[in-house]
Ligand binder design. Sequence first.
Ligand SMILES: NC(=O)c1ccc[n+]([C@@H]2O[C@H](COP(=O)([O-])OP(=O)(O)OC[C@H]3O[C@@H](n4cnc5c(N)ncnc54)[C@H](OP(=O)(O)O)[C@@H]3O)[C@@H](O)[C@H]2O)c1
Length: 172
Amino acid sequence: MKTVLITGTSSGYGRETVLYFHSQGWNVIATMRTPRTGVLPESDRLRIVELDVTRPESITGTFDAVGPVDVLVNNTGVPSISVFEGTPMARVREVFETNTFGVMATNGGSPEESVPAPYAPWVKKAMDDFTGQDLFTKESDVAETVWRAVHDTTGRLRFPAGPDAVWLAQAK
Ligand SMILES: NC(=O)c1ccc[n+]([C@@H]2O[C@H](COP(=O)([O-])OP(=O)(O)OC[C@H]3O[C@@H](n4cnc5c(N)ncnc54)[C@H](OP(=O)(O)O)[C@@H]3O)[C@@H](O)[C@H]2O)c1
C-alpha cells in the first residue's frame, strides 16, 4: 500500500485531495499547521501531523517522524490577488516563503551531495552543452538591451540580451 504526504490539508484542495487518496486505499499523512480533529475522518490509514512549511525545524521534525513516503503533494499555498505595485512587501515575502521556498524546503536536498546520483547524467549533458556553446552574450549586448528596454514603447516585458539569450527566447 502506498503512502502519500499532503501538505495544507485543513481546508480546500488539500483536504479534498486527502479524502480522494484515502478513498482509493492509500495511506495518507495529512499535514496542518494546527492539527485538529473533526476536519478529516478517523482512520488507521490517515495520520494527521503538524507542519508549517515556513519553519525548517517543523519540516525536519515532520519528515523524521513520518519516515519514507512514496509521494509528496505540496498543496500548501497562500493567495495573492492584486497588482504587484499594490501588494505590501510583507505579503510578497509571505507568499514566496510559503508557495516557493516552502515547496523547495520540503523537497530538501543534502548539502553533502550537491548533485544527487540520479541527476548526474543530466547535469553532465547540461554542462557539456554549456561549455560547448558558440553563442555568448557580451557586456555591451546587455548595456544596449537595457537601453532598448528603457526606451521601449510597445509594452513588451521580455528583452533577451545577446545571441544566446535571443536563441533561448526563440526556442520552442
Ligand atoms: N490557480 C487557481 O485558479 C487557484 C484557484 C483557487 C486557489 N488557488 C490557490 O491554491 C492554493 C490552495 O487553495 P485552497 O482553496 O485549497 O486554499 P485554502 O483552503 O486556504 O488551503 C490552503 C492550505 O494551506 C495551508 N497553509 C497555509 N500556509 C501554510 C504554511 N506556512 N505551512 C503549511 N500549511 C500552510 C493552510 O493551512 P492552515 O489551516 O494551517 O492555515 C490551508 O490548509 C492557494 O494558494 C490558492 O491561492 C489557485
